[in-house]
Each structure stands twice: as structure tokens, then as C-alpha cells.
Design a binder for this molecule. Sequence first.
Ligand SMILES: Cc1ncc(COP(=O)(O)O)c(C=O)c1O
Length: 467
Amino acid sequence: MSDTQLPYTKPNIDWAEIERWDRAYYLHNTQAQAEYVFTGIEGADGNYLYTATGDKLLDFQSQLVSDNMGHRHPRVHAEIKRAMERFGHVFFGFATDYRARAAKLVIDDILGADSWAGRVRILSSGSEAVENAMTMARLYANKPLILTQERSYHGLVPGATQVAGYRGNLSTGPETDDNRDVPGFPGSGFVAIPAPEFSDWQGTGRLPSLDRTEQIIREVGAHKIAGIITETMFGGASYMPHHSYLKGLHDLCRQYGILWILDDVLCGFGRLGEWFSYQIEPGITPDLMALGKGINGCALPVGAVVASNEIAEFIDRARWWSGSTHDAHPLVCASIVGNLEAMIEDGMIDKARVRGAQLKERLDALMAKHPCIGRISGRGIYYTIDLVTPNGDPIIAADRDTLFQGDLSGHPNNIFAAACGARGLFAGGFMPNTVKAAPPLTITEAEVDFAVGVMDEAFSAVEKVYH
Ligand SMILES: Cc1ncc(COP(=O)(O)O)c(C=O)c1O
């Protein structure tokens, strides 16, 4: 593509040298050095990535289902630039207008109608949001254990609190003399519950996963369980559970007096066609909610945790010895303000629903055509597609695993991703048998049609090898 067609001024970069340095010094994710594929990205703008080799890729995965408003959204960038005129960093002991505005947008403007949310804290990553939510659950409930779903994904950062002498306990405040160490330390403090059934589970009655979860609650003892942490649509494991799961799990939490910690890092801010994923089910609300990604579309590293009115009031009365150097960083708060104001004014949730419906319709048509598509699950503007053998079994028998040996380039997800990439589309998935369709909420009708056309050919490429 010619330099004049680029949405940015072409930088003068020696990509051969960059590749050498990247290969030599960076600690890469998910690939061994021997198989590492270097793909230089020179720029990103709107719904597109621009590669070092001059290709333009439609980002149909929003990076990590994260860059929900596309790349370099003008409203977000304008707000960051304005903030940079006044701020570098200030620590959480000081207040900024951006921190207050970001908190008001989340708690009042967006969550106000549901009236459960009391306060939000702004952090640097979704993982940190999850960690904070679990500590708050333990402190509030004064119980040590967290129940967690098999196949769930909540981040990859074990241990900072476990190894610390200072671990986020509560000390007596002006209104309470209830000193409280964090229950469950030291020790893992986690108990696994089964992963939910797939969306096309055909049985009758209550889901077996919920029956087993209730059994586990009884075996372990509800008096020891602070909370259950859940994903709504599973990001790592790549599926939307059966429609009766979410409400069933919520009801178990209420029945046994266990806090519901909703990890909405991935699904929050419009992914499932609602602001937050619990809203797909009328009448249920969480006690704690971990957020990230979509809150600013990843213009800067971000996370956030929302506490219910009751939990926020409890913490308000004491002194919670918590915080990170980067909490409520002014530039991050500015990016949240720019992003959420743009999302509200541009009606992005409605747009996600409309564009998502178009996407689902097109994907269903592909399923009718391609025998390698065994299942499509999802909602809003987030779908995952399971790739199967002619018999309908997962192509790679160890379905939804991450422990494999040998060359993975022949895995169906990688064949699909390579076929898409060669045709100008960034799409694929981490699990061998699943690929994602999770474009930015800003995707256009024509771009969805283009992407589905490319996916059509990519599914044929998978069938050529496995059917
Ligand atoms: C559901 C969920 N929780 C937590 C995280 C961790 O967030 P981060 O990568 O920002 O630390 C992710 C990231 O993909 C996620 O999908």
C-alpha cells in the first residue's frame, strides 16, 4: 500500500534491525523462540492494523477481545492529549478531575439504573481487578475460600499478595474497631467447581454442573466460602455456556450467602450486547465486578473493580491498606472518560447489537455451508466457532487444552488464522479447535461482509486438511 494511503506519517524504521532486537531481547508470549513468528506492526488506526511489510489487516479479534472502539479512537486520544498537557503521574493520595469523572461515569451514568454498585477503583490490568475483587470478597465476608470454575480464565499473575508482608488487610477506622486480616492467607484458598455445559447441551432439568456446584458448597461448607468468581462468556476456553447457567449460579450464591464475583474484564462494556454481561439475565446483579479492556478500549493499560453498595460501605468504615503505584493514573482515567463519553454519545451498545446480529446471521450461513463448523456460540458482537471432524468430534482430541507437543502450525485454529492473514484479516484463536469473531464495536456492515467472505475461504482451508 502506498505511503499516501496510510492514516499516519510513515516512520523511518529499519525493520530488519527491529526484528533482530525483538528476537534477541524480548521475552515472548505463548510461542517458543524457535517457532516465534515475527509480525511487525507499523501502525494501527480505526479497525485496521498496518504491518511492517505493507499489508493492511482488518482486526476482527479486537486484539485480545479488548480494543472495542477500534484503534486510536479520536475521542479517547484527544482526552489523553488534553490530560498530558497537565499531568504525568500523581499517586492515589491525590484526587484528579479525571478520576472523579471516570468513577461517576461508571457508577452513576452507566450502572446507576441497576442501583447495586457503590464505588469503583481504577487499576492497571484486568488481572489486578480480579485480585482486588477476591481480597475484598474475603475481607467483607470474613471467610477464606473462593470457588472458581474449571476452564475459566482470570489472568496469569500468581502470588504478589501471597508473598507480601503487607497483604491488604483492614484496620480499624473512625467508625469501626474491627481489625481484619485477609482470610485465606497464607494458602491457596481456592476450590474448583465444574465448568458450565456448552450452549447446545440437550439434557433436561437443572444443569449437572450446577448440581455438582451445590454439592461442593455443601461439602466445603458455605460458612467458609467468601465468593464464587465466574466468567459469563468464557474467553480462554472460548464458549458461551448454556443459557440457564448464569441465573442458576447466581441463585446458588444467594441461597447459600456467597458473594458473586463477576469477572467482566472481557465481556464488560458492550461485548455481549449489554453494558455488562450480567444484564443478559433480567433481575440479577453481582456483588463485585472486575473490569478492564473495554473500559478504555486498551488505549492505555487498565483495570477496575466495582463494589456493591454494601461492600463499599463496609470498606468505607475502615482503612483498607491497599493500592498500587499506578491506581487511577490521570492519563488512564482520561482515556476512560474519553472512551465512555464516546460510547454513550455514539450509542455503541445499540450499534454492537445491530452489527452483532448481522455477524451472527452471516456466521450461521457459513455453518450451513461448512461441515467443519460444529458449533457457534456467543452473543452480542462476540462469537466462537468450534472446528470439528466429519464425524462432528473436536479435530484435536485434547479440546480446550493448552498443553501440546510438537509443531502446532497444523492445528485447525492456526490453519484458519494463516488463511485469514493471507487475505487481509486478523482472526483466529488460542485454542486448537476454536476461532473467534470479535470485531471492534465500531465495525461497519461492509467490513463484516468482507470478514465473513474471508472466513468462508479459511474454513475451506481447514476442510482441505481435515475433511
Ligand atoms: C475474563 C478475564 N479476566 C481477566 C483477564 C486479565 O486481564 P489482563 O490481561 O488485563 O490482566 C482477562 C484477560 O484476557 C480476561 O479475559
